[in-house]
Design a protein around this ligand. Structure first.
Ligand SMILES: [Zn+2]
Length: 440
């Protein structure tokens, strides 16, 4: 075991170093590209066209820091579960839980709680740095440490309770159907994610923030007008009190069926002008009309059939090879949990470029809809610039980091698209005419 174990560690670390080197080189190439090509200060050369200017030194530094901590997290996502397996910690937790609880379900839940606490403690220093200290260092947060810690603890409790309550279900399926569990778990994940998406906006989100209809009555009326230009009907538009935590801006769409809603951070309403807020809202309407939430759930569920099948095959292979030396011989043994997590994290690493590309294509379509509905290229472009500059986002990152982490197109490409997409100016048909009433 120790020999095999050493070999696995050496191969893994070598591959990781190669990947980190590729990330670093592509970041340096990008850094130089930006220094060479971006203008120092914004001049509007053509009316109605917005230019993306040289990022500030703080944005360059923030990018370096983000890439570094992302690589550390990526490394830990493999190293932490591996540590649970090879240190036999997983076996000890399972034995401890089995000595304390009678029922099979209770053992699984107890194991999961202990695992989550240890894992959270391992990540805590990094979480404090990225979630609190770095945010203050770059002036992006106005939370006190106590507020931050309270949110973090709340988050931990909500996640552990929600996951702990259902974690035994996949293990029961694995136990009952050792050869087909990968299919059944993937299939039940679809209705499960629908339920979570349905209750999240009304049950979970209010634990953290206060949601209310858009306060500014003038703005609310204009949003209402915009909604009436689409077949959306009964969609709620909310504002959420994010200004108590951050000065960054954001908006998103969440919920399914009748909990579907568009949420604007109050910072977005405070820092953007009316046309820009309308643009951001139109983008979210695009997500709504194109059914991006439910499509992601269905495609995600179908994609997970393949991923879980690969995990099923790999688990079988590893357990056969290990011949009991890992301390667990079955996938349904809760002690195998870290191995499942390790394999899931590996699969997520390999599939991230695909899922991100899918997400980026949905974002481009929402941008396209925003432009077709508002026909306000200028406000779309200026809102994009403000949203990203405020959060110190680079106009474009290195290509490897982009492929692995960008679920939105780069800020530069979104501004270029906003400047240039004007099919209505030369009589070309609109892609989303079917979603726009009265042709405008
Ligand atoms: Zn979007």
């Amino acid at each position: 075991m120790t020999k095999d174990f050493r070999k696995i560690i050496i191969v893994f670390i070598s591959l990781f170093v190669l990947f980190a080197a590729a990330v670093t080189v592509s970041e340096i190439v990008n850094y130089n590209h930006i220094l060479r090509t971006y203008p120092q200060s914004g001049q509007i050369a053509v009316p109605d066209t917005v230019q993306v200017t040289m990022p500030t030194q703080a944005a360059f530094n923030f990018q370096k820091s983000k890439v570094t901590t992302w690589l550390i997290r990526l490394f830990l996502s493999f190293a932490v579960p591996a540590f649970f397996i090879f240190s036999k910690l997983s076996i000890h937790i399972r034995n401890w839980a089995a000595g304390r609880a009678r029922r099979w379900i209770s053992i699984i839940i107890l194991y999961f709680i202990v695992y989550s606490v240890i894992e959270t403690l391992i990540y805590l220093p990094l979480d404090i740095y990225t979630g609190f200290f770095r945010m203050h260092q770059y002036g992006l947060s106005n939370q006190t440490f106590v507020q931050w810690l309270t949110d973090t603890i709340k988050n931990f409790i909500v996640n552990t309770v929600l996951t702990g309550a259902i974690i035994w279900v996949p293990f029961l399926i694995i136990k009952k159907s050792p050869k087909r569990w990968w299919l059944y778990i993937a299939l039940i994940s679809i209705p499960y994610l629908f339920i979570v998406s349905y209750i999240q906006p009304v049950v979970i989100d209010p634990i953290f923030n206060h949601y209310k209809p858009v306060e500014d009555s003038q703005l609310a009326l204009k949003i209402e007008d915009l909604l009436h230009k689409t077949p959306i009907g009964d969609c709620q538009v909310y504002q959420v009190d994010k200004s108590k935590e951050t000065n960054q801006m954001n908006a998103y769409m969440t919920g399914v069926f009748n909990t579907k809603r568009i949420v604007l951070w109050d910072t977005t309403i405070n820092y953007l002008d009316t046309d820009e807020v309308l643009g951001v809202t139109a983008h979210e309407m695009g997500h709504y009309l194109m059914g991006h939430v439910w499509k992601s759930i269905v495609f995600g569920g179908l994609g997970s059939i393949l991923i879980l099948y690969l995990i099923y095959r790999l688990m079988g292979y590893i357990l056969r090879k290990a011949k009991g030396r890992l301390g667990f011989g079955k996938v349904s043994d809760i002690a195998a949990f870290p191995l499942i997590i390790l394999l899931i994290n590996m699969m997520m690493f390999f599939t991230a470029p695909i899922t991100n590309a899918y997400s980026r294509s949905m974002e481009t379509e929402a941008d396209r809809f925003e432009l077709e509905l508002t026909r306000n290229n200028f406000a779309t472009a200026t809102a994009t610039v403000k949203l990203h500059q405020q959060s110190l986002t680079m106009p474009e990152p290195g290509s490897v980091y982009m492929l692995w982490t960008y679920d939105h197109p780069t800020f530069k490409s979104r501004v270029d698209f906003a400047n240039n997409y004007r099919p209505w100016e030369n009589g070309q048909p609109l892609k989303y005419q079917k979603f726009i009433k009265e042709g405008k």
